[in-house]
Design a protein around this ligand. Sequence first.
Ligand code: CP
Length: 320
Amino acid sequence: MRYYTSVADLGDLQAAIREALEVKAHRFDYQHLGKNKTLLMIFFNSSLRTRLSTQKAAMNLGMNTIVLDVNQGAWKLETERGVIMDGDKPEHLLEAVPVMGCYCDIIGVRSFARFENKRDDYEEKILQQFIQHSGRPVFSMEVATGHPLQAFADIITIEEHKTVARPKVVMTWAPHPRCLPQAVPNSFAQFAVAAGYEVVITQPKGYELDERFTEGATIEYDQMKAFEGADFVYAKNWSAYRDPYYGQNICTDRSWTVSARQMAVTNDAHFMHCLPVRRNMIVTDDVIEGPRSLVIPEAANREISAETVIKRMLETECQY
Ligand code: CP
């Protein structure tokens, strides 16, 4: 695998899940793959889980790691070609990217949507520059349109906890004080459908996601109705995707906060969230702290999803 930006890059998802569970059981058995190899992790945005879990995954594989926070201590990077660089950005990504490629074997990139231009966000201009100019295998550590390491970890977690072959998985919008990207819900919807689950997305009107990511899921605007019989509830905030409100919060209705009221109509559903989570905005304390909450196992499986992806890259692209 040379690039990892969506579920399609995993090929057979069931085979990838089996491989991930094997990695989880034997996470230190592949250290020979990463000997004298270096992972470079580039963050244009903050992180706790992705930073720690991906670094741990690389260490499990015997790799060295370098972490660069672009906005803290590195030269500010210009990303637009053709710009007269007389402002506060002394280096262009078009030089910086191939230079970064000189110092590593694999690159992970985190670069969120900027909400300045929808087309730029959805074309993944920064990630694409790494893919085109680094000369290295590249994987997404959450970019504008997707967070495939998170979604892979979420699916591994569901597989570990499901009690029926085809669980009902409900992804619900929930309120948040800031405008967040659509990356996590896009990827989760795409992975959950690919995994063969019954997928229902519930959201206030105006929060419809890009249909390229939600194809195969049912949309239900009545949150209580959506929750009926759910085996898993995946809560997340996202900002509007559709024009003219792209990147904006158009609903502040706190009745969408996941609480015991909605969970009562589920099939004793597990609660999931990618974290970080705004308590009592997205979910009430009692639900996230309750016995059906999977937020910590999901985070733990981030190490496994990252190790599986990096292992595949080492096996196919880095044995020179
Ligand atoms: N879920 C997730 O990606 O967390 P971080 O933003 O802390 O990496």
